[in-house]
Design a protein around this ligand. Sequence first.
Ligand SMILES: [Zn+2]
Length: 263
Amino acid sequence: MIDTHAHLDFPEFDKDREEVIARFFENGGKAIVNIGVDLETSEKSIELAENHEKIFAAVGFHPHRAGEKLSLPTNDDIEELKKLATHKKVKAIGEIGLDYFNYKDPEQIKQQKTLFKKQLKIADEAGLPVVMHCREAWNDLFEMIQSEKNIRFVLHCYSGEKKDTEKFLELPNVCFSFSGNITYPKPIERAEKLAEAVKMIPLERTMLDSDSPFLAPQQARGKRNEPSYVRYIAEKIAEIKEISIEKVEKTTDENANEFFGLD
Ligand SMILES: [Zn+2]
């Protein structure tokens, strides 16, 4: 199992970070990609990656960093990000993207797009794939990436509608990762929508994504999430696709290794 999206540097893990990491690798975990949301967390992701052979880092500014309460990253911040992207254990730019669920103000949305665009350029220049966060911004996100043929993308915690899935599947450079929310039985319409997405997306374009410490699967709902629990996501995908869990694990591992270049 490879967890392609964790925030192990977050304070939720301050007390037992090393135990959480050990538990993952003892239980069949192969690798973790730790994801930055700003400069500080990107640096911490690199630090974790330096200390663990099978932890890798993604660096970037989350769209929340274009929020009204936080100042937009400066040109110096962008330059700093560019430098971080050259580190040998940095395997992606992320998480970056658009979030219209939390932010609706047009000026703020404009800032999100500007920030996203600047980071796409960094990814392109560095030859790195991009980990995307998207909430209720599917059309705009699609428009912004559809001409970026040189960059490979993963839609993290994928939750799009059928029409979105159809569109993004047409872009051969886009993969999808699923999180613990696919295990939630309720609300039923959401569960059905996510199951439909899991079914529509070929296993060859699917990855596992814990989003720890958030989005714990149903089996640990309400608790802090951790990378070991990606097993439950793999189980759910196997159940929906009516294939073996071994097949899900093997193929998603291959996908993650290839997408991020982890070997
Ligand atoms: Zn995340």
